[in-house]
Design a protein around this ligand. Structure first.
Ligand code: ZN
Length: 221
């Protein structure tokens, strides 16, 4: 099924699915759990539109390429162009909605690519690597520096984070990204995962939420 952005009330967002700009290691405890250094500036990578699927649909994982890890992340839907040097006010105003993403990662392949100093795309940008939820409108999302985010797998709480613990907060991330990768209406920024990442298995039931704001259940085929 072709992915289209939707608001939490089910209405369609009249914007194309663009690229997904992703931030790695934006929570110190997650960097440590994978024995990675805590970066001194945001670590950026991109998933193409072809990686995006609707989180409400069953998750189809790549077969025969090793462990697929979940990373639960707060997703920001961009509503206005941000390019070059932008102010806090401009970055704030460009946020159309807030939702949730799974940054699916072929972890063994990523470790192999990292060891060879090769790009990560094969491990993180494959078809289906970015399930996205619906989006709450910006004005309903409240304080972006205190958004909780949780993942339960088969009822067990695996990830329990807050945007308060981001090394680089959301608006600052947008200001950092815009001079490097112009953000266009319909693009999405996914903002890093809290600790607790792990593998997905066939049949797993997932419940992803920003408690009080948004929740989505899905499962692995
Ligand atoms: Zn991630």
């Amino acid at each position: 099924m072709i992915y289209q952005h939707r608001f939490a009330d089910g209405s369609l967002v009249n914007l194309p699915m663009g690229k997904v700009v992703c931030v790695g290691r934006n929570y110190a405890e997650h960097a440590r759990e994978l024995n990675n250094p805590v970066p001194t500036e945001p670590l950026l990578f991109i998933k193409p539109a072809t990686a995006v699927v609707d989180m409400a649909e069953p998750l189809v994982l790549p077969a025969g390429r090793g462990a697929v890890h979940y990373e639960t992340e707060i997703a920001v839907l961009i509503g206005e162009t941000l390019s070059g040097s932008v102010s806090d006010t401009e970055a704030q105003a460009a946020i159309l909605g807030v939702g949730m993403a799974l940054d699916l990662t072929l972890r063994e392949l990523q470790d192999d690519l990292k060891s060879k100093a090769h790009p990560w795309e094969r491990a993180k940008a494959f078809d289906g690597a970015c399930p996205l939820s619906m989006f709450v409108r910006r004005e309903q999302a409240g304080d972006l520096t205190a958004l909780p985010v949780q993942l339960r797998v088969n009822g067990e709480l695996r990830q329990d984070g807050s945007s308060a613990d981001m090394l680089t907060p959301i608006v600052t991330l947008l200001r950092h990204i815009a001079p490097v990768f112009s953000l266009l209406p319909g693009d999405v920024v996914i903002t890093g995962t809290p600790k607790g990442v792990g593998p997905l298995n066939s049949g797993d039931a997932l419940s992803v939420s920003i408690p009080g704001l948004l929740s989505q259940v899905t499962h692995v085929v």
